[in-house]
Ligand binder design. Structure first.
Ligand SMILES: [Cu+2]
Length: 138
């Protein structure tokens, strides 16, 4: 995840538990990287990022993480860490697609920063396309 143009790029990142996340600062301004685990609102990582600096972290807990720069409050990003074999971010309207999922039985989980909107259910994937409505999970 790069820091450039007073922004994090990309603004959303999906990683596996234990997969390294590299932060870089590609502009001539100093930034920092502040990573907080959303469920506990606790800082997981905080480091100054001078121009051209690079740092790497590993996130071991599944869930959502806010990424901010304390120097520039407009700089925000989000990391979701998962153990799932297939995962994606939903569009702003809630739509999503996950290509190339082999047929079988899966547990589909929805994560949101709001715990009220989380849930899961079993889904059977078969054929070339499976429609999955996760709007009513409870
Ligand atoms: Cu900054």
């Amino acid at each position: 995840m790069d820091q450039l143009g007073l922004a994090f790029m990309p603004t959303q990142l999906l990683v596996r538990v234990g997969q390294p996340v590299v932060f870089t600062n590609s502009e001539s301004l100093a930034h920092n990287v502040h990573v907080a685990f959303i469920d506990t609102d606790s800082t997981i990582f905080l480091a100054d990022m001078d121009p051209n600096e690079r740092t790497q972290i590993v996130l071991d807990a599944e869930g959502g993480y806010d990424v901010t720069c304390d120097v520039h409050p407009g700089m925000r990003a989000f990391i979701y860490v998962t153990t799932a074999p297939h995962a994606t971010f939903a569009d702003p309207d809630g739509g999503f697609s996950i290509p190339d999922v082999p047929p079988g039985s899966y547990i589909a989980s929805v994560w949101s920063a709001s715990m009220d909107l989380r849930g899961q259910r079993t889904v059977q994937v078969s054929g070339p396309s499976t429609v999955l409505d996760l709007s009513i999970l409870q």
